[in-house]
Design a protein around this ligand. Sequence first.
Ligand SMILES: N[C@@H](CCC(=O)N[C@@H](CS)C(=O)NCC(=O)O)C(=O)O
Length: 208
Amino acid sequence: MLTLHDHPRSGNCYKVRLFLALIGKEYRSVFVDVLARRNQTEEFERISAFQQVPALVDDDLAIWDSHAILLHLAHTYAPGWLAPQPYLGAMYAWISVSANEIANSLQPLRLTRVVSNAEAAHHLGVSETLLDVPGMERRTERVLRRIDKRLAQHAWLAGADAPTVADIACYGYLALAEEASIDIASYPGIAAWRQRIRQLPGYVPPGP
Ligand SMILES: N[C@@H](CCC(=O)N[C@@H](CS)C(=O)NCC(=O)O)C(=O)O
């Protein structure tokens, strides 16, 4: 039995919920109220080293981090979602874009738009006066331009002719771009790719 430690507004948790739906795996969801800081317990730390959601318990195995979870699920239950050679390296590179470039631009920008500045500063580990929203906007624009360029040339991020876990990783926050006040029509490659993802059998939208 799979148990997902989850929060309905989290884009990182959404990646996992979406992938579980696409591969048709049933799971039990446990709500962890990270906004109310209910994650800061020793019990949860035994499952998730940084006390963050998402965290997945698969029988005796606890896995944390959305990207590690996607890769675990694909390796264990849905190997068709891993890119074949010669696209495997590109798949890992685009997962890294999700964990680094998107996680340091669009993800915090969206956070500043959906919670108070005080709350966003707490979760980003900075003081409220150092919350650099214009910097986040500039970084987001740069990152989205790069992703858009890739998707103008390839239907799927890894470059293979089918989606991979890299698409699901990057989609988690790109699906929520409007919540960061991004007009996705300015990025036609991303807009068309989002439509392709929405048409995949089993697709579920973000949100509760
Ligand atoms: N690298 C992690 C980041 C997870 C993450 O940032 N989780 C946030 C919610 S989206 C969280 O649990 N924040 C609460 C906290 O850090 O105390 C992943 O990709 O899953």
